[in-house]
Design a protein around this ligand. Structure first.
Ligand code: KG4
Ligand code: ZN
Length: 331
């Protein structure tokens, strides 16, 4: 067996463990979801998230080790998410990684979660062709970036307030849907029609995003209208507005920057509506569309392990100490 890296991801509400080789081949990837725990609160309850990570992290690592029958000497290093994320959740991952590093005598690398997402499209096979325009749409972040290669990243525009994933989750809550709202809103929207003209915030301004106005517009519509349209139509109108904003900005970015591929990563990249619109746009712009398989769009530890290989090759060794705020420029 060639050298492999153990990746650990506990920044939010998924306990994830993976083993990945130098070429991005995923030997094992396990994700223990906490949806059942947070469902009753309609959002992530940070204290419960940390406690659940404590309970699941070691059993998940043990199960992963059994799955691939790895020899200790094949593990080159451990990569663990150091931020951005929830402090209690991050601490469970970083402390576990530190303890294993000490026990096995392996180096431990602290990894920026966002750099993991950016690399997720190359898991299992190399899909990204550089230079690439990348749209990152997760629960915590929304931005457009231009990547000349896998570590040269220029931010083109980011959100001034809410991320698109967060907006999906909040609209889902308004519509009485279970947490996380993203997949549920998409599903409901499929049965409706876009009948309400919700605002498209900052549509004609450069490459910055803003989603809080759209979220407020949905809330206002639902509280001030005496004759509400169906929930299916509200969902469909919201998704339409969100997609319009994302695709308009992506088109501008693709026009401005010569790109061989258009890459979309992060949890909202699992949206079928987004995937459809992205395909239309990439055909129009004659750029190759690069979407990671659904399992790599949402949080996982394989992307953290792949980013660890990058850090090793670049000679960057950040300690596994939690950092609540990290930008994409930070390693
Ligand atoms: O990347 P991710 O798993 O975690 C973060 O790093 O935040 O993204 C989670 C976000 C949530 O807001 C969730 O509602 C959204 O991704 N999401 C979706 C879909 N699946 C997950 N949003 C829209 N459509 C989906 N199918
Ligand atoms: Zn994420």
């Amino acid at each position: 067996m060639s050298d492999i890296i153990l990746g650990i991801e506990t920044s939010c509400d998924d306990t994830a463990v993976a083993f990945v080789d130098e070429n991005g081949k995923v030997l094992s990837s396990m994700v223990s979801s906490q949806i059942k725990i947070h469902e009753e609160f309609g959002g992530i309850f940070p204290e419960h998230a940390a406690r659940a990570h404590i309970n699941t992290i070691l059993p998940t690592i043990t199960a992963s080790l059994k799955k691939i029958d790895v020899m200790e000497h094949n593990i080159k290093a451990i990569g663990v998410t150091r931020g951005p994320g929830l402090i209690g959740s991050l601490l469970v991952g970083t402390n576990t990684a530190a303890a294993l590093g000490m026990a096995w005598n392996k180096p431990v690398y602290g990894i920026n979660h966002l750099r993991g997402h950016l690399r997720s499209a190359d898991l299992d096979e190399q899909r990204v062709k550089y230079p690439a325009t990348v749209l990152l749409v997760s629960g915590g972040h929304t931005f457009l970036a231009y990547m000349k290669n896998k570590s040269d990243i220029e931010i083109l525009g980011t959100t001034r307030d809410d991320s698109v994933g967060e907006t999906y989750d909040k609209v889902g809550r308004m519509l009485g849907l279970p947490y996380p709202g993203g997949p549920a809103v998409d599903k409901l929207a499929k049965n409706g029609k876009s009948t309400i003209d919700f605002p498209r915030p900052m549509l004609h301004e450069k490459l910055e995003f803003s989603f809080s106005g759209l979220k407020s517009a949905v809330a206002r519509y639902m509280t001030t209208n005496t004759e509400l349209d169906t929930y299916e139509n509200i969902a469909s109108s919201f998704v339409d507005a969100a997609m319009d904003v994302l695709m308009t900005k992506a088109k501008k970015a693709l026009k401005q920057n010569r790109s061989k591929s258009f890459v979309i990563v992060g949890g909202v990249a699992a949206s079928p509506q987004l995937r459809e619109k992205a395909l239309e746009l990439s055909n129009k712009m004659q750029v190759e569309l690069c979407l990671p398989p659904l399992k790599w769009a949402t949080d996982n530890a394989a992307m953290i392990a792949l980013a660890t290989w990058d850090y090793i090759k670049l000679g960057i060794h950040k300690p596994a100490v939690p950092q609540l705020q990290l930008s994409i420029q930070d390693f």
